[in-house]
Design a protein around this ligand. Structure first.
Ligand code: SF4
Ligand code: SF4
Length: 251
């Protein structure tokens, strides 16, 4: 059964709901037997590429509308990073995929520097987990480097789903989070990644694995600390549970 997403309206569900079924089926079939970290990573990359293809199609449609598309044209550009101060929530396969990529391609010094940024991020966000923060802070994502995402091709689905049509709203929300100014994202793009993520989550549950999202920075630290994190997750261990502590307080 397709999920009724609170973030998408009926027409988006009609248009993109099939992505949910696809992602669920692919996840179930890929994790049916002989599970391995390599297989999990291939699956995650496949679903991320699938979402990207749909998003590219959406952007094509928007650009073909011409002048009338002005109010719905994404204004995002390289070097604009105000959105990279939201708390990023990601599933375990996305985090494991990231950790694998970082281990394979980053130097020891770069990983040490990342760990230091994660430590700062955790310290800033701890009052939210403790329930003492008056409103969620907006710390810079530890994966942001020199104004750009350092893991762009492996970024989580939620980051892929976010494009704004109003940069001023992004700036206002980052500089004054206490005002809770709404950001103006591209709803169909968010729907694409949300349905893919929900389908993947349902597939993970069907294979006995935890499907909930957790805090990216915290989860990444767990994955980097435990070289056997993927094997343990595939065996059904809820290894990322600490990275979900107080997660409901981010909303
Ligand atoms: S979502 Fe907002 S802050 Fe992020 S790149 Fe787009 S315009 Fe810039
Ligand atoms: S993972 Fe990349 S795109 Fe997502 S918030 Fe962090 S720096 Fe930004």
């Amino acid at each position: 059964m397709q999920p009724a997403s609170s973030n998408t309206n009926r027409s988006l569900q009609d248009k993109y709901g099939g992505l949910y079924a696809f992602a669920k089926d692919v996840t179930l079939s890929n994790l049916a037997e002989e599970r391995s970290p390599e297989k999990l990573i291939r699956l995650t990359n496949k679903l991320e590429r699938f979402a990207e293809k749909e998003i590219a199609g959406l952007h094509d449609q928007i650009s073909q509308i011409g002048e009338k598309a002005v109010g719905i044209l994404p204004v995002c550009r390289l070097g604009c990073w105000h959105c990279c101060t939201h708390i990023v929530l990601a599933t375990a396969p996305e985090i494991l995929n990231l950790a694998d990529q970082i281990r394979a391609t980053w130097s020891d010094e770069e990983i040490l520097a990342l760990r230091a940024r994660i430590a700062v991020h955790k310290a800033i966000t701890q009052p939210v987990r403790d329930g003492t923060a008056p409103y969620p802070p907006r710390p810079v994502c530890p994966l942001l480097k020199d104004g750009g995402c350092s893991i762009w091709t492996h970024r989580p689905l939620v980051c892929r789903g976010w494009n704004s049509v109003d940069v001023e709203a992004c700036i206002q929300q980052r500089e004054h989070p206490e005002t809770k100014v709404p950001t103006r994202g591209l709803a169909p793009q968010f729907a694409i990644t949300d349905y893919v993520r929900q389908g993947m989550s349902e597939g993970l549950e069907g294979r006995g694995m935890n499907s909930e999202t957790c805090e990216l920075a915290y989860g990444l630290e767990i994955a980097l600390d435990n070289s056997d994190a993927a094997e343990r997750f595939l065996a059904g261990e809820d290894i990322f549970a600490p990275a979900r502590a107080g997660i409901e307080k981010w909303n």
